[in-house]
Design a protein around this ligand. Structure first.
Ligand SMILES: Nc1ncnc2c1ncn2[C@@H]1O[C@H](COP(=O)(O)OP(=O)(O)OP(=O)(O)O)[C@@H](O)[C@H]1O
Ligand SMILES: [Mg+2]
Length: 399
């Protein structure tokens, strides 16, 4: 059951029972039903704007927070295309979102036809699992067998084609971090994905749907988009969490495991991507500074690489980065090459809707702005107090 944070659950349920999808329930508290499935009611507290599912356990060991918009968007996109690419900043919650979606949706509802069966292939662990036991044993054996073969060229196409020819379908295949399955470069992985999307789009009936999550910015570059478009594909962006929802998640996490970094410092450094809780919470003092130095080193190396790719001098590159990461749109092809390289380097991510780019961490935007202001060429020389983290307001593509 979903719970409303800091609300009287019984009262909320009572309101919810009387409502229907998308309807604001009378009672002056702005409760909204998101969707109904039989007796189950999923609802949103419109006043606060987020959900928490306390019955679900994430890999973090907490409930599942927020993401109602993304869950809706996943549902819509899955109905429309054969291949869905889930992308977004590192640690933002892409994998958990799809897993949660599958866990909740396999039981029925509007996607019952296409989500009767699913296989999750965890590319990191090289492991295939049938979700909620709904996949025929043969399909699972096949998935595992093919998992071994995936290193071979066109292994991914082989997998989807074999699965598509099975009788007991439709089937949704979610490959988490799919590029880790493919031996070779990211370029090779993109070629595999393109071939698999092409093969699926050519089949008459939509028996197999492929959902892949990618944590490498490489797959979110416009070059990758262009390669995949036209094959019944869609991209879905997962962004850092709503700050209002992140706060109770942070508190739940801190209550369970402790956190040395206060919420304010945490969000100014790492924003609201839940994966950084594990990374940052145990740190304080020197260890926290070490994390900061590592991020600044990575930013510095990436800026050099991007400046070189775009033919921009280093000093100018800091100015351009400061402006683009603050939300200015691209002015010329050089700037496009520059920012696309920063996407590839996992510094920025594209917000297609607003035709601009956003920083993966608020720290990156603060650092380039501070270096620009101080006239510093070397970002790694920035002292923590120079960063003026409080000046960077997080921005979202969904705004
Ligand atoms: N909505 C959520 N509520 C609570 N915890 C979450 C939520 N989303 C993700 N998490 C937790 O945050 C951590 C990072 O999530 P996840 O691994 O899904 O991120 P990711 O975007 O796939 O990361 P990567 O870039 O490494 O692929 C995980 O421990 C996960 O359990
Ligand atoms: Mg992931």
């Amino acid at each position: 059951m979903y719970a409303l944070i800091q609300k009287n659950q019984e009262e909320a349920l009572d309101h919810a029972r009387r409502g229907s999808r998308g309807e604001t329930v009378p009672g002056g508290r702005g409760l909204q039903i998101l969707y109904c499935e039989g007796e189950r009611r999923y609802f949103l507290d419109a006043g606060r704007g987020f959900l928490v599912d306390r019955d679900y356990r994430t890999a973090l060991g907490t409930g599942f927070y927020d993401r109602d918009l993304e869950l809706d968007s996943l549902e819509e996109k899955l109905q429309a295309v054969r291949t869905l690419i889930v992308y977004g900043p590192r640690n933002v919650g892409k994998s958990e979102l799809v897993r949660y979606f599958l866990a909740k949706k396999l039981s029925g509802g509007r996607l019952a036809r296409i989500l009767r069966r699913a296989v999750i292939i965890d590319a990191r662990l090289k492991h295939a699992e049938p979700y909620l036991g709904r996949v025929g044993v043969d399909a699972l054996r096949l998935a595992e067998r093919l998992l071994d073969a995936l290193g071979a060229p066109r292994g991914l196409v082989g997998l989807v084609e074999e699965l598509a020819s099975l009788a007991a379908l439709p089937l949704t295949v979610f490959i988490d971090e799919f590029h880790l399955l493919i031996r070779g470069s990211l370029e090779d992985a993109l070629a595999e994905l393109e071939a698999a999307a092409g093969a699926l789009s050519k089949r008459g009936e939509a028996k197999v749907r492929l959902v892949v999550s990618v944590s490498e910015g490489f797959f979110a570059t416009s070059r990758a988009w262009r390669r995949l478009y036209g094959y019944s594909t869609s991209y879905m962006l997962v962004e850092p969490m709503n700050p209002q929802a992140f706060k109770p998640l942070y508190e739940e996490y801190r209550g369970k495991y402790g956190c040395n970094v206060d919420l304010n410092t945490f969000t100014r450094l790492a924003g609201t991507s839940p994966g950084y809780l594990v990374d940052l919470c145990p740190r304080s003092g020197k260890l926290l500074e070490e994390w900061l130095r590592e991020r600044l080193n990575h930013l510095d190396t990436s800026l050099h690489a991007a400046a070189e790719a775009a033919g921009i001098g280093h000093r100018e590159s800091i100015h351009v980065a400061a402006q683009l990461l603050a939300g200015r749109s691209i002015r010329d092809p050089r700037e496009r090459r520059f920012i696309e390289k920063l996407v590839e380097e996992n510094i920025a991510y594209p917000c297609i809707k607003q035709a601009r780019y956003l920083p993966q961490l608020p720290l990156y935007a603060a650092a380039v702005e501070a270096a620009r202001e101080a006239g510093l060429d070397d970002i790694t020389q920035l002292a923590p107090e120079q960063l003026k983290l409080s000046r960077v307001e997080p921005k979202y593509c969904r705004e």
